[in-house]
Design a protein around this ligand. Structure first.
Ligand code: GLA
Length: 732
């Protein structure tokens, strides 16, 4: 709901439990007034304390810079005396930067429009406030859009910058959102990580030095998320305030939270300004990616639930969003590059017998010499020497076994040893006269060039069509450097990284339009491009190459803190694990893979008969909870990352009738009693049947939540328990 007090020029944006208030100050400056728990009143301008300072510029022009440096601007500019972080910077024809954005008018529309070329949230019950600001010297206008969702506590923000004048301008910074609030002893929540250790949450006290979250890699990277949150000092899972921002974008991002000496905290998020420069010819516009903003007064879990609901309901478009996803088996860690049709078909046969739905042939199937990572990228045709009869024959055999077929691609890449490179060396990203740097022996294609996108579309479409694919895994195994394009003119090279991202979106969009049933799983060397932008195209994303169930506990905890678990690609790995060397029982590997979209990644022909027999049981158990994985509320109960001993989480259906709990005792401890765990999210009056597969007991919801459940201690390492809870009628 959007309220507009036209006389006072104040807007109040209400979601079910929050209010966001902004208004015009001194007839022209757009300021932030309030964000937090829902309030009834609209005019909270007293919070600006305007009478306490030097006053407003119209009354005291002698101190206009002091005013600029103190007002909580909705969309701060650079160059006019606000010496804090700005959201927008524009260079004029004279090479100078500086602008002043003043309020012009507003419009409230009962919808959420798509963003040209960018992924964006959508929904039925959404109202959008569009506020137009403009700079009368540069003839530049900026439209700030706030979309207010009626079913979830989210406001999304994006910005459209328009050059209305007659001189060309250069946009050197265009962030998506700014939030300015007074410090309440906040901490900053962000994410860190590395290959095989992605998405690890981190909290630090916000002092007066800035905390940033950023990427320069062209993708989000393993080491961060386009996300920042301010959280109350002692915020727990269930209590405390959380102000979070998350960017729907898959390239370089920049987030910063900084507190000034007057305890005003400014938090911004958007495209990374370093290396970014977008030319705006007269009449041209630039649209920023959308930022998702949420406030929770119920601690971290409140934020988690809001983001999960929002992404499921308002961002993921795929028809697979709530449909039963196929249980897959992926060939990568089973055979790597070393396979023949016969070997693959042995795997397929065993997998089909075990009840697995989809066979995914990972890297190694294409080009002329893809038996190691150094060749053939760009040559998206089947290597018939390796796979005689081609994909068609393989596909027919897979389908005869009643399975679906999926393939791996890495479309953004090119190998030096490839037909594509021999034909189009100019398609490689490079700067003039410099050989581009290799990473995994590969280079980047120039996705700003439409001919490259057309070429890839044509090749991929042909393969998907001919092989009858139901699934593709879209990989991206390196960071982008040597950022130079032979296609773009010199004054547009600063747009290249952003245009790369737009090219990725365009190609995925075209493939989805052509194959609406296709399930895309995005991936980037594990989880280096796990972001909300990708979710718009693919309902599941490969979370990490590290499938070791112990390592996955922390990776999963961080990922699921901000992404629905139905998006988290999660496979039963082999043992010993190829990355950690750790040996974990098959049962535990199975249970822990139920953290997300379930699959297998091992040579099923080489596992024991007992393990083979366990697979149909595991699949049955997963089918039993799949609806919960896709639609339920996820609760963290205990974090191995924090306690070093055990991990517990649970998922409860929206109607609270059904739930599952996954417990893992990582290491056994001598002389230890059973462990008491307090459940969450249940109906306190409801009686539940709790079953661990061996025994079944009944407990009431309040007992499980207030008195707790006892998980017995086992004299073994890496033990998991999988509990199912079903509501039952009371016996009278
Ligand atoms: C990346 C992916 C893996 C696998 C390999 C193939 O590392 O994360 O899952 O697809 O590439 O080369």
């Amino acid at each position: 709901m959007i309220f507009f007090d036209e006389k006072k020029q104040i807007w109040k944006l209400d979601t079910p439990n929050t209010s966001y208030i902004l208004g015009v100050v001194d007839g022209k400056y757009l300021a932030h007034l309030y964000y937090g728990a829902k309030v009834a009143d609209t005019d909270l301008s007293y919070l600006l304390r305007l009478s306490e300072g030097s006053g407003v510029p119209s009354k005291n022009p002698a101190e206009s810079v002091g005013f600029m440096d103190g007002l909580p601007f909705e969309y701060p500019v650079s160059g006019r005396g606000d010496f804090r972080e700005s959201c927008i910077s524009v260079r004029n024809a004279a090479g100078q930067e500086g602008l002043e954005l003043c309020y012009v008018d507003c419009e409230i529309v009962q919808e959420k429009e798509p963003l040209q070329g960018l992924p964006a949230s959508f929904g039925e019950n959404v109202n959008t406030l569009k506020i137009r600001l403009s700079d009368e010297v540069l003839h530049l206008s900026v439209i700030l859009s706030y979309s207010v969702f009626e079913d979830v506590d989210v406001i999304t923000r994006s910005v459209l910058v328009c050059n209305d004048g007659e001189q060309e301008l250069f946009l050197t910074r265009a962030l998506s959102a700014c939030l300015e609030i007074e410090n309440e002893n906040f901490e900053v929540l962000s994410f860190t990580g590395s290959w095989s250790r992605e998405h690890i949450p981190e909290r630090q006290k916000l002092l007066h030095s800035a905390v940033t979250a950023e990427s320069f890699r062209g993708v989000g990277g393993h080491d961060g998320q386009p996300f920042l949150a301010l959280v109350s000092e002692n915020a727990t899972e269930d209590a405390g305030k959380v102000y979070a921002m998350h960017l729907i974008y898959s390239g370089n991002f920049y987030g910063k939270a900084k507190c000034n000496p007057h305890e005003q905290v400014r938090m911004v998020l958007g495209i990374q300004p370093e290396g970014f420069c977008c030319k705006l010819e007269p009449g041209e516009t630039f649209c920023t990616p959308e930022a998702v903003m949420t406030f929770s007064g119920q601690g971290i879990s409140g934020m988690t639930h809001t983001l999960h609901d929002f992404y499921r309901q308002h961002l993921i478009r795929s028809k697979w969003k709530f449909a039963e996803r196929p249980v897959l088996i992926n060939s990568w860690e089973a055979v790597y590059f070393d396979f023949t049709t016969e070997k693959l078909l042995e795997i397929v046969k065993e997998a089909a017998m075990a009840g697995i739905d989809l066979f995914v042939l990972d890297d190694g199937w294409f080009g002329k010499n893809r038996n190691q990572p150094s060749g053939a990228l760009g040559d998206w045709f089947c290597n018939e020497e390796k796979l005689p009869g081609g994909l068609k024959r393989l596909s027919e055999e897979i389908k005869k076994q009643g399975m679906l077929f999926g393939l791996w691609f890495e479309p953004e890449m090119i190998s030096e040893d490839s037909c594509l490179y021999r034909e189009h060396p100019e398609w490689v990203l490079h700067t003039k006269d410099r050989r581009p740097g290799l990473c995994r022996d590969q280079w980047m294609l120039d996705f700003s060039n439409p001919a490259v996108i057309d070429y890839l579309y044509e090749k991929m479409e042909k393969v998907i069509d001919e092989a009858g694919l139901s699934y593709i895994k879209w990989d991206m195994n390196r960071g982008i450097c040597d950022v130079g394009s032979e296609y773009l003119p010199a004054d547009r090279q600063g747009e290249l990284l952003h245009r790369h991202v737009l090219g990725v979106y365009e190609l995925q969009e075209r493939l989805i339009e052509r194959f609406p049933e296709l399930l895309i799983e995005n991936c980037s060397s594990g989880g280096a491009r796990f972001d909300p932008g990708m979710l718009y195209y693919s309902p599941q994303i490969w979370c990490s190459d590290d499938m070791d169930p112990v390592e996955r506990l922390s990776i999963h905890e961080g990922t699921a803190m901000i992404y629905p678990i139905s998006c988290i690609g999660s496979h039963v790995c082999k043992s010993p694990n190829d990355i950690t060397g750790r040996e974990v029982p098959f049962a535990t590997r199975g249970i822990q893979a139920m953290m997300g979209t379930f699959g297998y990644e091992l040579d099923i022909t080489k596992i024991s008969e007992e393990e083979k027999r366990a697979i149909p049981e595991q699949i049955k158990a997963y089918r039993g909870i799949q609806k919960l994985v896709q639609e339920g509320d996820y609760w963290r109960l205990a974090s191995y990352r924090e306690n070093g001993l055990y991990n517990v989480y649970m998922v409860v259906s929206k109607d609270k009738k059904s739930a599952y709990v996954i417990y893992m005792q990582v290491l056994a401890r001598p002389n230890t009693k059973s462990r008491r765990v307090f459940f969450k999210g249940l109906d306190k009056n409801q009686l539940y049947q709790v079953s661990d597969g061996e025994k079944t007991e009944c407990f009431r919801g309040d007992v499980l939540m207030q008195a707790g459940y006892l998980f017995p201690h086992r004299q073994r390492d890496f033990v998991s328990v999988f509990l199912r809870l079903e509501a039952v009628e009371d016996e009278i």
